[in-house]
Ligand binder design. Structure first.
Ligand code: NAD
Length: 361
């Protein structure tokens, strides 16, 4: 995408060729709250051009606030001279909208989950491949710098052989009229697919591929059709085990959203890093204590080693990386392969919950 374009933003200014022109579908939710203001607007290699939402009032407000064009339809958005589309609509719309974008030759960064099923994820991948368009999955928690630091330590062998992990993401999500997550037809499921997907993906980043699962889901508190409770036990190809616990029926402040990673040489324990911010805390307890550590890792005596690299906004990092991948003509680091693998693990979890048996991925 190395081309100079004149008249950028209608101001008659030469645009740097290294800028990706973005459109957004579903501008009124997470796009408005986080990804546009924290990602697309500040990223040096991105430019917000046009937005579309079926809620036209919200769409106009977003367009006005961020200096973009308000498109009246998806088709119109695709004609706005954009390079890439961020799809941030309810999960049940991801597949058909991604196919429409690919059909118009646009690169797509799709919010998780990548469609509702393995089959939809495969269709999305095939369509983007045919269009020679990049397809990314918005697993932005992979960009949290504490997670990246933990990954580096694991890759360096400092944790020893990974043996156990726990990832927790829970919140209070009461019944709401028309809430798409509360109906599996529009959300694909409840807490497991919506929040557990992030947890499983993170654990796979640290421990490699999940090959077998055993899972329970429940409707413990809320009367809606999607599950409000899920616990999944994961067995990884590399030998580690993990649990994911994710609930829509635990008050926000009561869930510390912990991440625990244990290996034969110690542990890395975090709270609050799983979520939408770039904050939280992380401490490592390693038996190799005494080796030379990075400046970013201040010692805390017998209390373990505090891991506190410079934070980077995860939405900013996600948009910058996807834009750069498009510019460079390479796969984005959170590519569609992650979204497809996530669907495979989630499908195995739901199958296990239905059958009461462990299921291979
Ligand atoms: N990565 C994250 O931090 C994060 C956080 C929240 C949600 N998400 C994901 O983002 C997606 C959206 O979730 P949300 O919480 O923003 O949902 P939301 O319901 O708050 O917002 C979705 C928006 O899409 C619009 N919309 C609905 N149908 C549409 C259509 N046919 N065409 C265009 N716009 C349409 C709605 O009007 C609404 O403004 C989901 O896939 C969700 O899993 C990601």
């Amino acid at each position: 995408m190395n081309r100079a374009i004149t008249g950028f933003n209608g101001k008659g200014v030469n645009r740097m060729p290294e800028i990706i022109r973005w459109g957004v579908i579903g501008s009124g939710g997470i796009a408005r709250r986080r990804t546009i203001p924290e990602g697309i607007v500040p990223a040096e290699n991105a430019e917000l051009v046009a937005v579309y939402d079926t809620d036209q009032a919200v769409n106009l407000e977003v367009a006005r606030r961020f200096g973009a064009k308000a498109s009246g339809s998806l088709e119109q958005l695709l004609l706005e001279g954009i390079d890439a589309v961020y799809v941030a609509t309810p999960a049940g719309l991801h597949c058909e909208q991604t196919l429409a974008c690919a059909g118009a030759g646009k690169h797509v960064l799709c919010e998780k989950p990548l469609g509702l099923t393995v089959e939809q994820a495969e269709q999305m991948i095939a369509a983007c491949r045919r269009a020679k368009a990049a397809l990314g999955t918005a697993f932005m928690m992979r960009f949290h710098t504490r997670h990246l630091e933990a990954l580096r330590m694991i890759e360096e062998g400092r944790l020893g052989k990974p043996v156990y992990g726990r990832a927790q993401l829970s919140c209070w999500y009461p019944p709401l009229e028309g809430a798409w997550r509360q109906d599996p037809a529009s959300g694909g499921g409840g807490s497991l697919i919506d929040m557990g997907g992030h947890c499983i993906d993170l654990l796979e980043m640290f421990f490699g591929r999940v090959e077998k699962v055993s899972c329970f889901v429940n409707s413990s508190v809320h009367p809606y059709r999607s599950e409000d409770s899920a616990v999944a036990c994961l067995s990884f190809a590399g030998g580690a085990l993990a649990t994911v616990d994710t609930f829509f029926c635990i008050p926000d402040d009561a869930s510390r959203n912990v991440l625990e990673l244990y290996g034969s040489k110690g542990s890395i324990l975090a709270a609050g890093t799983i979520g939408q911010g770039d904050s939280g805390s992380m401490t490592a307890f390693l038996s190799e204590d005494g080796a030379g550590y990075d400046a970013a890792q201040a010692r805390a005596g017998g209390q373990g080693m505090i891991i506190s690299p410079e934070p980077v906004n995860t939405y900013y990092a996600e948009i910058r990386e996807f834009s750069q991948a498009v510019i460079d003509g390479r796969e984005p680091s959170t590519g569609a392969d992650l979204g497809l693998q996530s669907q495979r693990v989630l499908a195995a979890c739901y199958q296990s919950a239905r059958s009461g048996k462990a299921v291979a991925v």
